[in-house]
Design a protein around this ligand. Structure first.
Ligand SMILES: Cc1cc2nc3c(=O)[nH]c(=O)nc-3n(C[C@H](O)[C@H](O)[C@H](O)COP(=O)(O)OP(=O)(O)OC[C@H]3O[C@@H](n4cnc5c(N)ncnc54)[C@H](O)[C@@H]3O)c2cc1C
Ligand code: SF4
Ligand code: SF4
Length: 503
């Protein structure tokens, strides 16, 4: 990461120092100093909260130091659609709009197409009712969206998704016959492929272009303003700015009252050989041994041809301010957690991350009110539980793009006409995202007795089926669970709610 600081703009307010999850910034003689740049995880916390635009982060590609800023082509005028953010949601919307013959520009704060915001978050899961990816040795296809990409190097099928509790508690974790497995793709390459595809369809990309505000005429949104001061007008703004949803918030959505927690996630790619390790995605459930601070935390291990470990800390405060740097908690988990040791073949002799990256997250309630006159908000920016997932975000983007294209063709970009972007947020989708979030985080502070009961029931369930099975497969599973565990559910209704996804 490259941290660019302009002392002439800084008023020494110290906000960046407070928000930095890695605690690598310090104020000396009224100027901000970076104490250990190698620990910067590229979360944009300092940049986003600096009211003087005095600090900027240029995020680098996973293994390189020097970020390359992609040159900006001219923007077609008049512009029909301005998309904020080149994540899966923004790219899905851009592709759909361009295919409908619209002039589309995507503004992305990252410096080039080789970098994605969540570098480690790259498993494509099949969800019933949403566009389904399929793959062979060469190609990754999403037929419902007419998307066909060369299979990114290093892509691997994910056949295992587990919850691991303490003392050997674990879920039945293999994807059973009939439930389509996931595909681990390096997220950077996936995003790169989608950007290339969108460009082929005529979409113009502006990288290193952070949107800082929205242009308004009365109650309508008419474009955006970039951090350099440039204004870009468009008939519709698609705010696909991810889990922070800062631009969506500027439009008055998603509803701030729905925010339940603020957090930060840090992931390491570990420098260890993968031979002999069991591939899969594992979530560590139950209290992590993070004494003496005991922050609310969850952790995961992701084993494919590489090994990632990640920790997420949640705090009910707007500014993430844990007692220690975030990497301290991840180091503790790597040093102490036997589940991790079992997965990676013992405690690492030396914790030497090949790459570290992270982001800040906002956990919010689902919000279906995601359209305004001239603007829609899509992807992670609206979703409950913190994260929507790559395939749902891409699907939402694509469907939203079609809604925007129809509204523009009809000459009516009012909130009423654009509100159909919320049709995507079905009860089933909300149930899946809620359940995914709650499974990983709710038992985090559960007592040992509760956890034992939870795993007792979960051993008869199948976690991949719970999340990604068809309604019929899920129906069978719940019937079986009800038959075997009705007494447990009667005694612990919260357990039933958690496992059935019923709130
Ligand atoms: C650590 C982690 C691991 C994950 N693992 C998985 C996984 O394995 N599988 C899975 O399906 N999902 C995973 N997810 C979730 C998945 O990454 C998200 O749900 C998905 O990326 C959401 O897509 P999006 O387009 O809505 O947002 P994002 O992918 O976050 O994209 C938003 C984009 O907007 C840009 N942006 C933000 N603000 C501005 C601005 N002001 N101006 C210009 N650009 C801006 C950002 O740089 C970013 O590129 C993971 C998430 C995290 C945090
Ligand atoms: S937040 Fe901005 S203005 Fe405040 S100390 Fe940091 S760099 Fe300076
Ligand atoms: S870790 Fe985040 S807040 Fe700290 S310097 Fe890096 S980008 Fe800024």
């Amino acid at each position: 990461m490259k941290i660019i600081y302009d002392p002439s703009r800084c008023d020494a307010c110290k906000v960046c120092i407070r928000v930095c999850p890695q605690k690598i910034l310090a104020l000396l003689d009224d100027a901000v100093h970076v104490v250990d740049p190698s620990r910067c995880m590229g979360c944009f916390g300092c940049e986003d909260e600096c009211h003087r635009h005095a600090i900027r982060i240029l995020r680098t590609h996973s293994h390189s130091q020097e970020p390359r800023v992609e040159p900006s082509p001219p923007i077609p005028a008049p512009l029909d659609v301005l998309v904020v953010g080149a994540g899966p949601a923004g790219l899905g919307a851009a592709i759909a709009c361009a295919r409908a013959g619209l002039r589309v520009c995507v503004c992305e704060r990252l410096p080039n197409r080789r970098i994605s915001h969540h570098m480690d978050g790259g498993i494509l899961f099949n969800m019933p009712g949403l566009a389904q990816p399929s793959w062979d040795q060469d190609m990754l296809e999403i037929p419902d969206m007419g998307i066909s990409l060369p299979l990114p190097a290093g892509a691997q099928q994910v056949d295992r998704l587990s919850l691991l509790g303490p003392r050997g508690m674990a879920t039945d974790d293999k994807f059973p016959k009939g439930v389509k497995p996931g595909l681990m793709v390096p997220k950077d390459s996936f995003i790169h492929g989608l950007v290339d595809l969108a460009e082929e369809q005529g979409v113009v990309f502006r990288f290193d272009s952070k949107v800082v505000d929205l242009l308004r005429e009365g109650d309508s949104f008419t474009g955006v303003r970039l951090d350099g001061g440039e204004s870009i007008a468009a008939r519709v703004v698609v705010a696909a700015d991810g889990i922070q949803g800062k631009i969506s918030s500027k439009a008055g959505l998603p509803n701030k009252n729905g925010i339940t927690a603020y957090g930060a996630v840090l992931a390491y790619e570990l420098d260890i050989p993968t031979e002999g390790l069991h591939e899969g995605l594992y979530y560590l459930v139950g209290d992590l041994d993070l004494e003496p601070d005991k922050p609310a935390a969850m952790a995961g291990v992701d084993i494919s041809d590489r090994v990632y470990v990640l920790v997420a800390l949640m705090l009910p405060k707007k500014f993430y301010t844990a007692a220690r740097p975030l990497h301290h908690y991840l180091d503790l988990i790597l040093e102490r957690d036997e589940r991790v040791h079992e997965l990676i073949g013992g405690p690492p002799r030396e914790i030497r991350p090949l790459m570290l990256n992270g982001c800040r997250v906002v956990v919010r309630e689902t919000n279906r009110d995601i359209a305004r006159d001239g603007l829609v908000s899509i992807g992670d920016a609206f979703v409950s539980g913190g994260e929507l997932g790559n395939m749902p975000a891409l699907s939402h983007g694509y469907q939203a793009g079609a809604v925007v294209a129809r509204a523009i063709a009809a000459g009516d970009v009012s909130a009423r006409s654009l509100q159909a972007v919320a049709d995507f947020i079905t009860d089933d989708l909300v149930k899946i995202t809620d359940m995914n979030g709650r499974m990983k985080t709710l038992p985090m502070r559960a007592s040992n007795e509760d956890l034992e009961l939870f795993f007792k029931v979960m051993q008869d369930a199948n976690y991949p089926t719970m999340l990604f099975g068809s309604p019929r497969q899920q129906g069978w599973m719940f019937t079986r669970l009800l038959a075997r565990h009705c007494l447990d559910f009667l005694r612990h209704p919260r357990l039933f709610k958690l496992i059935s996804g019923r709130t």
